[in-house]
Design a protein around this ligand. Structure first.
Ligand code: 5CA
Ligand code: ZN
Length: 409
């Protein structure tokens, strides 16, 4: 699949700091990407509805990761998937009497437009589940051959016991895993499974549903976790730097993905850090396509909201926090954007020498975007109150905000 156009990232004076970020598996901060090339996999959308602010907040977090890395002059291998075949997509298409491929294509196109408008850096490899099927099938066959997968009425399951490290990503107890598995696409109640948590690797063709040639597996379609594993192994290999997504992906998705990959390769770990963004809610509940309590990026754009203000609204919250979208959040961001634009549009201003370092320090410390915004606020307030004589300062501020926060002033 093609991704979306990249916006330029200006180079800043000096060199940025290495990123320390919270790793869900160890429960503490880790310094990621020690080498010259940083490798990151971020789970993409299931395109059955438009991009809401929760999605945008999660992609914003991983965009910041890359901006910090670019500032340290690292190259980035960034991979993202599109889950363009899965139950929710088929259910929505059936509900609306629409062809599922048309729905997926339309929503993926809208996602690209939203990401472009928000100035999110595009992945180098943007891969759909359907196009990954020829790579998924041999992996499932290998898991079957090595005895860590089994067949139940034609469906193929992965034995979670095959991976001695199973459970280390999320660190959850068995009961919580069981509850979350039922909530998030698993089938712990299905009789005949070796372990209720075992996830499906390959689903045998169902009447009236699309299916693909699965070689020795028979016709069917891939399970969710193996999709991301196949794409990540193909483009990044084992031991890549960051596996990213929202906190609802820690279990089962990232837990199962790590176990699949570790069982397949005998190597450990799948990813060096598992990074999870908090959940954005609306009216007291997590924003989710299934609940329908959504604010879409595209709706706000159509209403004339500046995408830079949407992005500033996301940046005002720490990526690991759960938070609520409200009209007030957006109004605050619109006002801040206006203040910043007025401040950088003067011919001179107070020195911005320390600002670059303050923003760098904030972001390199577990992506503390609110602290970065506060630093820019301080410069803008000084500009408003006293002004200054540094003719280079407004330019430095706008390039810093552009390069590290993705906001064009
Ligand atoms: N296609 C899979 C990943 S392989 C998937 O989870 N798709 S999704 O469309 O449901 O979500 C896309 C990304 O947005 C995921 O990282 C998910 O964790 C994140 N996300 C979903 N809802 C929210 C929310 N309310 N707040 C923050 N992030 C969210
Ligand atoms: Zn994924």
């Amino acid at each position: 699949m093609h991704a979306w156009p990249a916006s330029d990232v200006p180079a800043l004076p000096g060199k940025g700091r290495d990123l320390r970020i919270h790793d869900t598996a160890t429960g503490g901060p880790v310094t990621v990407a020690p080498g010259p090339v940083a490798r990151i996999y971020v789970c993409g959308i299931t395109p059955y509805d438009a991009t809401h602010l929760g999605h945008a907040a999660t992609y914003n977090a991983f965009d910041l990761v890359q901006r910090v890395w670019l500032d340290t002059k690292r190259q980035i291998e960034y991979v993202q998937n599109v889950t363009d075949i899965d139950d929710p997509l088929l259910e929505r298409a059936a509900r609306d009497g629409e062809d599922w491929t048309g729905l997926a294509e339309r929503e993926t196109a809208l996602f690209r437009e939203d990401m472009t408008a928000l100035r999110m850096l595009p992945p180098r490899h943007y891969i759909g589940a359907v196009e990954a099927i020829p790579g998924i099938v041999p992996l499932v066959e290998r898991l079957c051959d090595s005895g860590v997968a089994y067949v139940l009425d034609g469906d193929v399951y992965f034995s979670v016991e095959a991976d001695p490290h199973f459970g280390e990503v999320s660190g959850l107890d068995a009961e919580t895993m069981r509850l979350l598995s039922a909530e998030r696409g698993g089938d712990p109640e299905r009789p005949g499974k070796k372990n209720p948590l075992d996830p499906m690797l390959w689903m045998a063709a169902r009447e009236g549903e699309p299916s693909w040639d699965g070689g020795s597996l028979g016709r069917g379609r891939p399970g969710w976790h193996i999709e991301c594993v196949a794409i990540a192994l193909d483009h990044l290999g084992m031991g890549f730097d960051v596996q990213g997504g929202g906190s609802d992906l820690a279990f089962p998705h990232h837990e199962m993905g790590a176990s699949h990959a570790q069982a397949l390769t005998g190597e450990y770990p799948f990813a060096k850090a598992y990074v999870h963004a908090g959940m954005v809610g609306l009216d007291g509940a997590k924003m989710s396509k299934s609940k329908g309590n959504l604010v879409f990026v595209s709706t706000l754009r159509r209403e004339g909201v500046d995408p830079a203000a949407i992005r500033l609204a996301l940046l005002a919250h720490h990526y690991r926090a759960d938070w609520e979208w409200t009209d007030q959040v957006l109004e605050t961001a619109v006002a801040r954007l206006e203040r910043w634009r007025a401040a950088v549009s003067r011919p001179d201003g107070p020195s911005a020498a320390s600002l670059v370092e303050e923003v760098r320090e904030a972001l390199s410390d577990d992506l503390d975007a609110p602290a970065a915004l506060a630093a820019v606020d301080r410069w803008a307030a000084l500009q408003e109150a006293t002004g200054g004589t540094d003719e280079g300062a407004p330019g430095v501020v706008s390039r810093t905000v552009d390069a590290l926060l993705g906001i064009a002033l």
